[in-house]
Design a protein around this ligand. Structure first.
Ligand SMILES: Cc1cc2nc3c(=O)[nH]c(=O)nc-3n(C[C@H](O)[C@H](O)[C@H](O)COP(=O)(O)OP(=O)(O)OC[C@H]3O[C@@H](n4cnc5c(N)ncnc54)[C@H](O)[C@@H]3O)c2cc1C
Length: 419
């Protein structure tokens, strides 16, 4: 498959754009593979890519029940950051950040990674102290963090209501300047193309409906396109984890599936050149390259497998936006949508061997798994190839909930919908 380059762009432009090839093949499933990855979202595709690239394992199939990008990888609001408090999370997400910083070159695909920063707004002195503590913890591990004053924030985002009479006055904020956003579809397509180029079969419209076993060992899957055998079967189905694990006979997982909604406005001239989070509720906003304001808030608050949300959250998100930006009151919202979030008991992910022989599990991304896409696939590929975790994902076990080794960055306790 041809390299994408300025030269190939020019050549195709001059020859009527007739030479472009599909970015990945559409193969029929083979009878068996070394590794099957269930789920063609960001994490499944990046796992396949790094299995091939880092470990030379290319006899791999990614099985996706719909089309690539139909899950959360194509539904998220694309915030990428590594501004965590706890060292287990910081190390993992900073590894992801470093992979993001070279991803377009690595994939030979422009994922439009734009490091425009992520600013958490503080509205109370206690919150500002808390941000200083988190910023210090980040800097201690070599991650960039700056406390911003009100004046600096005012210069960065003039549209914010920063007056003393604002509904929630702003006292400062924590900025990670290397944070940013990427084009979510491009991430899925770039990983798919990269994996396909190395020989991985990406099989769309192929739903896994059951698991094949030899004694207690998983030896393959039944699908809507027939049975497929594999030495190793890896799950990366995000919000569908509970349902797919049930097919393997495991009905109790430390995960709840919840709906998260997001919104986009009509296109505006550039007014917000960073990702901004509200400190007195759950609201965040950024501006896409097309000019639309992309924003979201809290989970709907009930367990669901429906990829659509309810109206009370729409109301709440809009009121939080107007508390920060009264000037946006007459901007029209264009679209809203929902995605399924696999919420764990401590808000941190699971990347592990098992829990059944022959099975490998990647899940628990809550509403923060887009930023993890590169490191998640990189670590999961290592875990599958070596049959043991890399040090970056070693803390993210499934049994940490039984052993009391939870990684609760927010300190919210075992209430999945609060993470
Ligand atoms: C509205 C919203 C906003 C978000 N914003 C952010 C953000 O700003 N930053 C951030 O870091 N994260 C964000 N997230 C979270 C992030 O999108 C997810 O954590 C991440 O995309 C999950 O991993 P994935 O890409 O592999 O999931 P998915 O894309 O959902 O992939 C899972 C795939 O598995 C497939 N599948 C399921 N069952 C089967 C089966 N039986 N057989 C075959 N295939 C199956 C599904 O069809 C799906 O394509 C957001 C999520 C939502 C919903």
């Amino acid at each position: 498959m041809a390299e994408y380059s300025a030269f190939s762009l020019l050549k195709n432009a001059l020859t009527g754009n007739k030479d472009w090839k599909p970015a990945w093949r559409k193969p029929d499933p083979k009878a068996s593979y070394d590794v099957i990855v269930i789920g063609g979202g960001g994490h499944g595709l990046s796992t396949a890519y790094y299995l091939a690239k880092e470990h030379g394992i290319t006899n791999v199939a990614v099985l996706e029940k719909g089309w690539l990008g139909s899950g959360n990888v194509g539904r998220n609001t694309t915030a990428v950051r590594s501004n965590y408090l706890l060292p287990q999370n910081t190390r993992f997400y900073e590894h992801s950040m470093k992979l993001w910083e070279n991803l377009s070159h690595d994939l030979n695909y422009n994922v439009m990674f734009s490091q425009r920063g992520c600013l958490n707004l503080a509205h109370t002195p206690g919150q500002l102290d808390d941000y200083a503590r988190r910023g210090n913890a980040m800097r201690h591990l070599g991650v960039d963090a700056d406390l911003m004053s009100v004046d600096q924030i005012k210069r960065l985002v003039p549209a914010l209501d920063i007056s003393g009479s604002a509904r929630f006055p702003i006292l400062g904020g924590l900025m990670q300047r290397r944070a940013g956003s990427a084009r979510h579809d491009a991430v899925a397509w770039g990983y798919a193309r990269g994996a396909d180029r190395r020989g991985v079969d990406i099989i769309e419209n192929c739903e896994v409906t059951g698991f094949l076993r030899d004694g207690g060992r998983i030896t393959g899957v039944s699908t809507t396109r027939g049975e497929i055998r594999a030495k190793k079967v890896a799950l990366a189905v995000a919000g569908s984890t509970g349902r797919v694990m049930q097919l393997a006979g495991i009905s109790h997982m430390p995960i709840e599936s919840h709906v998260l909604q997001a919104f986009v406005s009509e296109s505006l001239k550039p007014i917000i050149d960073t990702i901004l989070t509200f400190g007195m509720g759950h609201f965040y906003i950024s501006q896409s390259d097309k000019g639309g304001l992309v924003y979201g808030g809290d989970l709907d608050g009930y367990n669901s497998y429906a990829q659509r949300g309810s109206l009370p959250i729409v109301d709440e998100v809009m009121s939080e936006m107007l508390a920060l930006f009264p000037g946006l009151a007459r901007v029209r919202m264009l679209r809203s949508w929902g995605g399924l979030c696999d919420m764990t008991m401590d808000g941190s992910p699971i990347i592990t061997t098992g829990p059944l022989p022959g099975m490998y599990l990647n899940c628990g991304w809550c509403y923060g798994g887009f930023k993890a896409t590169p490191a998640s696939g990189w670590c999961f590929a290592h875990t599958i190839a070596k049959d043991e975790p890399h040090e970056f994902n070693a803390p993210f076990t499934l049994d940490r909930f039984y052993r009391g080794l939870v990684i609760d960055d927010k300190g919210q306790g075992a209430t999945p919908r609060l993470h």
